[in-house]
Design a protein around this ligand. Sequence first.
Ligand code: ADP
Ligand code: MG
Length: 352
Amino acid sequence: MGWLTGWLVPLVLFTGCTGGGTAEKYSTHFYGVFDTVVEIQAYAENQESFQRFAESVETRMRELHQLFDIYHTYDGMNNLKTVNDQAGKKPVQVAEEAIDLLSLYSEWYTKTGGAVDPTLGPLLAVWHDYREAYQSDPSQGRVPSEEELEAAAQLCVFSGLEIDPEASTLYLKHPGMRLDVGAAAKGYAAQLAAEESSKEGVFSYLISAGGNIIASGAPCDGRRSKWAVGIQQPFAETAGQYADVLYVTDCAVVTSGDYQRYYVADGKIYGHIIDPTTRMPAEEYHSVTILGEYSGISDLLSTAAFILPYPESRRLVEENGADAIWIFSDGRIEATEGAVQVMRDLGGATAE
Ligand code: ADP
Ligand code: MG
């Protein structure tokens, strides 16, 4: 894992950031949670402070990964796979973070008119299987039949999810129902991990978990007062090609896109974000990036905004006090006022 991937700038005295102390930049990364790499950068007093913070972020994200996992069970704990396995049988007691996540989903199911729905599991599983078949053999790129999608959709019954916060249980009332929290689990876990980890001696940090970024405070290098966050150019031929760069502090930046998790059938791209009304991958945009206060909510919002038609999508973002950048499938870019202000290319923003 290598905590000493830490580096970088020589020790600097930077009063604005550290209150007169010294700050050094450290970074590390780890794998094995939410199917992605998690990168942490921080300005800290010393390596011990950084290490304490980073280890705690990692430990917490691993725990939450296990809790929200729908593919594996783990000894000594009930998780969302346990809930799915007990569909139509009985309520399952789970840790309160799972209750909180599903409660958050319920709230946003209503706010998004059902665009994000944690009970879409059966439908998402169909697309997941077709994507996996393609990944193991690209000649196997096929599209599920309408009958198959229809049959799966019959098992997606939001009203069949019972959340009992008092008993701390989740219950799927009908056999075959299945939770899928892929639209927000990663962002929510990153948020909890960041909130709950020790900040003693840590002045500012950036956590990046596969399209979910949490920027807290400002870099302490005496040169800039903003973190730079690149928005990927969808389907760029080389890594690190950005459609734009955002300069931010104290915010969550979450992107949903069709350019990383997708497959191809008959020359057409099928993404992993499914519109529940058509049961097909949403295809109006290549990506939607949300800038918001909380990474959990921003993650839900990024998936919902990716599904909804543009006017509705924009209304949802604005009504909820967030900002967003839409990259349409034809390459056109739209952004809210607040987003433009922090964009390097579109808005002329700088890191200072
Ligand atoms: P990523 O996981 O790539 O960061 P998202 O946050 O947009 O991207 O989440 C996509 C995931 O959300 C899918 O892999 C799937 O698990 C889930 N999902 C897809 N469509 C929906 C939907 N309409 N409602 C709820 N969850 C969805
Ligand atoms: Mg999301």
